[in-house]
Design a protein around this ligand. Sequence first.
Ligand SMILES: Cc1cc2nc3c(=O)[nH]c(=O)nc-3n(C[C@H](O)[C@H](O)[C@H](O)COP(=O)(O)O)c2cc1C
Length: 209
Amino acid sequence: MFLDQLNWRYATKKMDPAKSVPEEKVAQIVEAIRMAPTSSGVQPFELFVIRNDKIREAIRAVAWDQAQITDGSHLLVFASWDNYTEARIDAVLEQLEEERGESELLTNYYTNLKGMLLPRSAEENAAHAAHQAYISLGFALAAAAELSVDSTPMEGFDPAQVDEILGLKEKGLRAKSMLALGYRQEEGDWLLPMKKVRKSTEALVTEIN
Ligand SMILES: Cc1cc2nc3c(=O)[nH]c(=O)nc-3n(C[C@H](O)[C@H](O)[C@H](O)COP(=O)(O)O)c2cc1C
């Protein structure tokens, strides 16, 4: 059951370097990311699926030496737009028009959206874009769990250096989070035997009836 899998998953601290996640499972996790909802359907981020050992070693060196980056078999990097631009929003509208047909409603919606987003500061827009990328990180975490693939979500890295390694700045992108994928190595993972700790439902939820 899905909730059992969410309880099974944990932010894996030690991955088994001898095990690789099969490509068809990676493809399903990527598909879950592609299916994640975003504000106005803009999808303001790109995903980097990194198998290359040298690149993962370089990223590990600017990510607190976190071993899961190289002990896992795949590293996903979520990189969101550094700003909203007219061209970027127009491309979204164009695809919608191609796939759903043109309509005044659609044109007006995206004209209004540009009116709202384009005058804002790049920082505000970059933060908004990053929020959308985080939703897809959540989808990836859940999809990996569903497929019994271990993963470690990560913000513990120097984003400017990861941008540099992947050449993201030139593409108007910024690395926001990463997800290492692999299989847990039971001996050597201090977190595995520990109880999962969460707020109580009462502390989390206010029921308004
Ligand atoms: C956005 C985000 C960033 C995180 N960054 C790191 C990280 O850099 N390294 C790490 O080992 N764990 C990282 N974690 C894992 C959290 O510490 C972990 O998810 C949390 O303590 C809950 O534990 P659980 O995931 O094992 O249930 C991150 C989690 C999230 C959601």
